[in-house]
Design a protein around this ligand. Structure first.
Ligand code: FES
Length: 106
């Protein structure tokens, strides 16, 4: 099991325990995390699954691929910590991940 914490746009914090499989977006949707709309179903085509990840997690995952970076570049809430949750595979190394959902999706 790994532990993942979401900070919703309201500031509410949700900590979930899960087996390390699937994507961060799927975990958010399955648990009704506020602000994650995921309108394209995880095909990197909508940008409505954006999260801001904690620094430790960012150091443990590969950088965004071109299609993810292109989609993120369209967001006014882009920060160096921005990633698309549908592109983040949950692995054992990501135990302790913290993902803040930007205001725009709330
Ligand atoms: S679900 Fe659409 S970009 Fe992630």
């Amino acid at each position: 099991m790994i532990r993942v914490t979401f900070i919703e746009p309201t500031g509410d914090t949700r900590t979930l325990e899960t087996v390390p499989s699937g994507s961060l977006m799927h975990l958010a949707l399955a648990n009704g995390v506020a602000g994650i709309l995921a309108e394209c179903g995880g095909t990197c085509g909508c940008g409505t699954c954006q999260v801001h990840l904690d620094e430790q997690t960012l150091e443990r995952i590969p950088p965004a691929a071109d299609d993810e970076a292109d989609m993120l570049s369209l967001s006014e809430y882009l920060t160096p910590a921005s990633r698309l949750a549908c592109q983040i595979k949950l692995t054992p190394e990501l135990d302790g991940l913290i993902a803040k959902v930007p205001e725009i999706q709330g």
